[in-house]
Design a protein around this ligand. Structure first.
Ligand code: UP5
Ligand code: MG
Length: 203
């Protein structure tokens, strides 16, 4: 994709940090297309005839990262589909703004996507404590139906995040692309901080 036309913002943060919730709010304000890598993987896992269903299920239950080629293909397809759908419906030919939520989760994905798909303009990082995240996830577990919202898998998700995703966040920090946002406050408070970061990018 042409980085002049397509704006990509990565949205990162630990499990339960509020990535999905905040992306929903940013879509309302700025009209982004929100693509959650986790949602795309869960969709693919449940798709009839998917050759990756079992692989994805296994990784998600173990809090491990699905091989990059699978996730990158799903994201690329979703972006292409969205650009085709929206052309003539608000967006001009091949132009679009994407919030990519929960990706890249490890260094090879960051470098791979930057190189082959599109360079991110900004990386929003929702930072909060493990305690806050655990509490949110356990509360959500009562209704989410997500197979990874259980105490055992949550511990594994935190470990994967600390070991593999934190280096990605550090990498974007050294690149000067990181907007670090305190994700501890109310949904409203966090939204104000995130909106300000996006506004700054577009000003
Ligand atoms: N909530 C949100 N904000 C709140 C606030 N400010 N105050 C109080 N409550 C707040 O929020 C979580 C819960 O907290 C919700 O109930 C919400 O109402 C409440 P949410 O917005 O859903 O947080 P989010 O950060 O999106 O949490 P999520 O669980 O989706 O994060 P994960 O990163 O764990 O999950 P994801 O779906 O991205 O990935 C799942 C798995 O898929 C991974 O573990 C991995 O196995 C796999 N995966 C890959 O392999 N590769 C990828 O690229 C992506 C995923
Ligand atoms: Mg999410």
């Amino acid at each position: 994709f042409d980085a002049q036309k397509v704006t990509v913002i990565y949205v990162l943060g630990g499990p339960g940090a509020g990535k999905g919730t905040q992306c929903g709010r940013l879509v309302e304000t700025f009209g982004f297309c929100h693509l959650s890598a986790g949602d795309l993987l869960r969709e693919e896992q449940n798709r009839d005839g998917s050759e990756y269903g079992e692989l994805i299920r296994g990784c998600i239950q173990e809090g491990a990262i699905v091989p990059s080629t699978v996730t990158m293909k799903l994201l690329e397809n979703a972006m292409t589909e969205e650009l085709e759908k929206r052309t003539g419906d608000g967006w001009t030919d091949g132009e679009g703004r994407f919030l990519i939520d929960g990706f890249p989760r490890k260094m090879d994905q960051a470098l791979g996507f930057d190189e082959t798909v599109c360079l991110a303009a900004l990386v929003i990082f929702f930072n909060t404590s493990e305690e806050v995240m655990r509490e949110r996830l356990l509360k959500r577990a009562k209704t989410s139906g997500r197979e990874d919202d259980n105490v055992e898998t949550i511990i594994k998700r935190f470990r994967t995040y600390n070991e593999q995703t934190m280096p990605v966040i550090e990498y974007y920090k050294t690149q000067g692309k990181l907007a670090e946002i305190n994700g501890t406050g109310s949904i409203e408070e966090v939204n104000r901080l995130a909106s300000a970061a996006v506004r700054e990018l577009f000003s």
